[in-house]
Design a binder for this molecule. Sequence first.
Ligand code: SAM
Ligand code: SF4
Length: 392
Amino acid sequence: MLVLAPGRITSLYVHVPFCARKCSYCAFYSESSSGELINRYVAALIRELESVSADLQPSTIFFGGGTPSLLNLRQWEQILSAMDRLHLLGAAEWTVECNPATVSLDKAKLLRAYGVNRISMGVQSLHEPLLDRLGRIHSREMVFKSFDILRQAGFDNVNLDLMFAIPGQTLDIWRQTLVQALAMGSEHLSSYEVIYEEDTALFAQLQAGEIDLDEDLACAMYEELVAKTQDAGFQHYEIANFARGESTDSEASELSVPGRACRHNVNYWRGGSFYGLGPSATSYVRGVRNRNWSNTQLYCEQIERGNRPVESTEELAPLARAGETAAFGLRMVAGWPFEQFQRTTGHDLRQEWAGEMEKLSEQGLGMIAPDRFQLTSQGLRFADTAAELFLR
Ligand SMILES: C[S@@+](CC[C@H](N)C(=O)[O-])C[C@H]1O[C@@H](n2cnc3c(N)ncnc32)[C@H](O)[C@@H]1O
Ligand code: SF4
């Protein structure tokens, strides 16, 4: 039995597929583009919003990319006023991703005025040579300046993204970036180890033997991350995510996450439904997963012709879906409370996955508590491998 979301869908993701320049490591669907295509995208996105608005009552919204902050004031005004007309404003948490090079006070104030209340800023590093190596378009100074602009515009919930195990990054350089980023006083920090994604410049350098991987160094950097964020008062709530704040509201305590955890992502990790709009975005609505075309021209053409811009549709069998939900949720430090998992998926972890949980516990990667199963700190480091065991 699959438990389906009653009522309207409460989570909305919008993909903005444009970047000023492609970073050397990034495989998210985005391209540098002309103003004309961006205008065409904005019109198509508004039509896609119109097509799903009757089934949406967003409590979390996330505009990601690509670089949403690349859209100009007029393009943002068009999207925001359409959302107003469609009764899509008023989400409890509304995040927009920004690149430090594309933040302006006017734009930040406009977003804030329409109800955007969280900004996620891609920092990656505060070491100038590494920013160059990664193909970032901003300097370290721009990071500090943009952060101040966001505060000035009234944003009191800001995430910073950092990356570690970057080729050429020493433990000392990483430590300095971490200390300086934490000193900025953001409410949230995300930090991923570099992933060598196919079809990226960094992957090609790895294939060409130009990069030496150092697993021990990466482990030491992760340990530093966990220790330093804890010292700074952050709670580690997902492999790569740390946030401040007491879990004062009932939702945060039920989910065992800090007050400033990203609720949009928590819904995703907990197997909730969401609409994903824009090129390459995925929706998961009432057990059905749709993926939009990863091609902005094609996306626009389909919508202009009155078609849905969907490339593929998949409806997983309930047990397979529950397995995926188990795997996603184990990324969270709190693991899966058995009762909550059963409520979400209709399956009992203790029946379907008893062997897998036992095996992970014997290996020191998991822990079976009376009310839940969770990964240990060692298990979180190898979460992808651990989670694979749950797929059916
Ligand atoms: C869509 S980007 C963030 C917003 C904006 N585009 C920017 O880069 O400033 C999402 C985040 O994913 C992380 N990321 C992207 N590709 C990655 C990779 N190959 N390995 C590790 N982290 C990656 C980066 O930290 C990045 O900030
Ligand atoms: S990391 Fe951000 S700015 Fe860089 S290419 Fe990816 S989406 Fe664009």
